[in-house]
Design a protein around this ligand. Structure first.
Ligand code: GDG
Length: 758
């Protein structure tokens, strides 16, 4: 029983993030609220792994719309409730999660609905869960995110806490790429999931479907079960593992219940209540269209209609637990199921007894076990199901080795429970045949099949499942070994002129050179009005001159849009211009190999265009609220400039823009000096330099830069390359000079030295 003592929100070693907390609230007669733990399989599994860590936490919704209760302790875990408003419940939970994702991921058994407002709410809710998880996880801790409601959370957590190990497990199927592609927000979802170090699925086919989607829709390199996620900006590339972990149940606990006298008696009583039928057939499901309840009833109704089953000696019990009752498709399903049950009972039930005993309510765990123990046959006829725990619970409830399981091949459990009678539930004749085979199976055959099934279920329980997921996560993405970008110089002390000279002398000796430079702050002093920039004409002239020398290629790499850069520098075609932080590359001189540029990463798709338009609008709204802030639009990016904003306006606008960035999982956000850029193509100055260096087959390169965005280049310095930081601040460059005047000096020295060599 939970206590309501508040917990200090710091430092948990293992944090579970799931839509629901493992508790339900109960209102006491005096109006006070009491929390009762709701032990499901996941809770049991987590209890077992929580025992292995010093401190465990669970982040989730407490189940009632409105304000979240204060954090509290329950069963050795700290619970951190996340608030969901009534509108969140409608749009994030019932809408995007259960009326868009759920049907789409279950092979569109009903049509998924797409509404843009639902998506916004899904993003906002995922951010809230992610923020709480990031707040409560300890340094280098582990976060395990569960299920389709929280697919953006892994990335959103990583954006705040790069020190964490993050795992994600999808409890429901992952659809084929053809179906997944229907999802308007498909790339955002994939990028959200790829924030994890390990993404787990129920079946091997789900894992493969995910990897195919990542490869086809994001263009990432996939090597076996490893996804190579390219680095963005100064962030290094990452590897994400996708693996299969079939979930299970607390098998020993279920089996143990079957030994209790009271439960044995309940099972016997059940049979008596039903008039001692010769055979009981059982279905247990949430009332969900994925579970194939209609197909099951159709088969059963036909068997009765045809007189093959005698309702006097064979009864069906259908437990249909209420579920998602405010979602249209579920209301409709309930009506249809109840109509069908009514019809079957009207046609066939003996007086005083049902042909189908239909139970639209929840039973407690002990009653459920009694039902399994009383059932001669259990029907699991799901049209699509991640795993299906009912199948495993039935097996665990039969230490007497009696009973037959009919199992849909579309349930994940079919991969493991090979000794069940498997069936395609869409084939009603085959389903009828499977039911009859089950009813007629000889006791020794039942025993043989059940022995094999129990071997599987008792060995592979939910505790083993959780431990194997966490063990794999432990071996994956290890935060301790993740290197932050290397800092070679701090402060603002400039390098010794002799050191700069020596580096330049060594550089000019290389046969093929790439000389590249940032523009603002390097070739031109920074000015408040970006259009009034006055580049150092001598520096530009020296660069033009360098470009004429044999074996030398020259490039300007800027955050400015390409056209803007061109206008302010008037470079000849022998100098390559790279704009928008690498997203726009001008014409390359004939001797360069254009094919090495990654055009897929740079292409503006209609999807990216639409995204860019919405970002521009949002930034314009922020700029309007903070006078002096401005929005610049580029072909593949929108930029918020705060240089001219008044007072705290600049800082506030930047904060709001970074808040906005959190909601945009498909965008590269690059904060610079009083500027934040949102690019919808994924590249960086560093990536562009690397491509240019390959395009001109350079033996070594020189790069001059002053901004944080130039660190993406300095971070890639190889042996023989020279990186010069202009101005103060931490940098991965190896040398520092003071300002634009010194840049001119460096370029002149370089030109003279290279000429001498020639
Ligand atoms: C999702 C995936 C995957 C049902 N009625 C009562 C009751 N239950 C319990 C069952 C079972 C659980 O609910 C249902 O689990 P399932 O696996 O069948 O299905 P989903 O709820 O759809 O779960 C599924 C699962 O996640 C785990 O990863 O297997 O594929 O869809 O445990 O016994 N329990 C009680 N009273 C009831 O009336 N106490």
């Amino acid at each position: 029983m939970p206590t309501t003592a508040p917990v200090t929100p710091t430092g948990h070693e293992l944090v579970v993030v799931a839509n629901r907390l493992p508790v339900d609230s109960r209102t006491l007669p005096d109006g006070a609220t009491e929390w009762v733990t709701s032990p499901g399989g996941l809770v049991t599994a987590m209890e077992s792994v929580m025992r292995t860590v010093d401190s465990g936490a669970w982040v989730g919704w407490a189940g009632s719309p409105g304000e979240a209760p204060e954090p509290f302790e329950a069963d050795g875990m700290s619970l951190f409730p996340v608030a969901l408003s009534a509108e969140d419940v409608e749009k994030y939970y019932e809408g995007f999660s259960n009326a868009t994702l759920w049907p789409l991921y279950h092979d569109v058994i009903v049509d998924p609905e797409f509404h843009r407002g639902w998506w916004d709410s899904y993003v906002a809710a995922n951010r809230r869960f992610a923020r709480t998880a990031a707040e409560v996880a300890g340094a280098h801790g582990t976060v395990w995110v569960h299920d389709y409601q929280l697919q953006l959370a892994p990335r959103l957590i990583r954006e705040q806490r790069d020190d964490l190990r993050i795992g994600f497990f999808n409890h429901i199927p992952f659809p084929s790429v053809e179906l997944f592609s229907q999802l308007p927000k498909r790339t955002q979802i994939l990028r959200g999931l790829l924030g994890a170090d390990l993404v787990g699925f129920q079946r091997e086919s789900d894992t493969q479907n995910f990897l195919t989607s990542v490869r086809k829709l994001l263009g990432h390199h996939v090597d076996g079960q490893t996804v190579h996620v390219p680095g963005i900006g100064s962030a290094p590339g990452r590897q994400v593992q996708a693996r299969t972990f079939p979930i299970s149940i607390d098998s020993a606990a279920v089996s143990e219940l079957t030994q209790q006298e009271e439960i044995i008696e309940r099972a016997a009583q059940l049979r008596r209540d039903l008039g001692e039928p010769r055979r009981i057939v059982l279905g247990v499901d949430r009332l969900d269209y994925t579970k194939g309840i209609r197909h099951r009833l159709k088969a059963w109704g036909e068997l009765l209609d045809e007189g093959i089953i005698d309702p006097q000696d064979t009864v069906m019990i259908q437990v249909a637990t209420p579920s998602r009752e405010r979602v249209d498709a579920y209301r409709q399903l309930r009506d249809e199921v109840e109509l069908t049950v009514g019809r079957i009972n009207g046609d066939h039930a003996p007086i005083g007894r049902p042909a189908v005993s239909y139970q639209h309510r929840s039973f407690d765990r002990r009653d459920m076990t009694a039902l399994y123990m009383a059932a001669d046959v259990v029907l699991v006829t799901a049209l699509r199901d991640g795993m299906n725990l009912v199948a495993k619970e039935y097996v665990a409830s039969r230490p007497d080795l009696r009973g037959v399981l009919v199992l849909s091949e579309f349930a994940g459990a079919a991969d493991e429970l090979r000794a069940a009678i498997t069936v395609n539930p869409h084939d009603i004749d085959a389903l009828k045949g499977a039911i009859l085979r089950a009813l007629e199976m000889a006791p020794e055959d039942q025993e043989e099949a059940m022995t094999s099934l129990r071997h599987q279920v008792m060995e592979h329980d939910v505790q083993a499942w959780a431990h194997s997921f966490l063990e794999q996560l432990e071996q994956t993405g290890s935060p301790e070994t993740r290197q932050p970008p290397r800092i070679r110089l701090s402060g603002d002390a400039v390098s010794e002129p002799a050191a700069v000279d020596a580096a330049l002398q060594a550089l000019v000796e290389r046969p093929r050179l790439l000389i590249a430079s940032d523009f603002d702050g390097v070739l031109a002093p920074i000015v408040a009005d970006r259009d009034a920039v006055e580049p150092d004409q001598r520096s530009l002239a020296v660069l033009r001159e360098l470009a004429t020398l044999p074996g030398v290629s020259v490039a300007l790499v800027s955050g400015r849009a390409l056209a803007d850069l061109d206008q302010h520098t008037s470079m000849p075609s022998s100098v390559v211009l790279v704009g928008s932080h690498g997203a726009e590359v001008g014409a390359l001189p004939a001797e360069m190999h254009a094919e090495v540029l990654d055009s897929a990463a740079l292409t503006m798709t209609p999807e990216r265009r639409e995204l860019l338009d919405s970002i521009t609008l949002a930034l314009q709204r922020i700029a309007l609220a903070h006078p002096g802030a401005e929005v610049e639009t580029k072909p593949a990016a929108a930029v918020l400039h705060t240089r001219n904003a008044r007072g705290r306006g600049g800082a506030n606008a930047t904060e709001e823009a970074l808040e906005l960035a959190m909601t945009l999982p498909d965008v590269t956000v690059t904060p610079g000096k009083e500027v934040v850029e949102f690019s919808v193509v994924h590249t960086s100055k560093g990536a562009a330099m690397e491509a240019l260096s390959r395009a001109c087959a350079a033996d070594a390169w020189l790069y001059l830069g002053d901004d944080v965005t130039d660190e993406t280049v300095f971070g890639r310095l190889g042996e023989g390359d020279v990186g010069i930081k202009v101005g103060g601040g931490d940098t991965a460059a190896s040398l520092r000079i003071a300002g634009t005047d010194e840049v001119r000096g460096v370029l002149e020295a370089l030109l003279a030295a290279r000429r001498d060599r020639a």
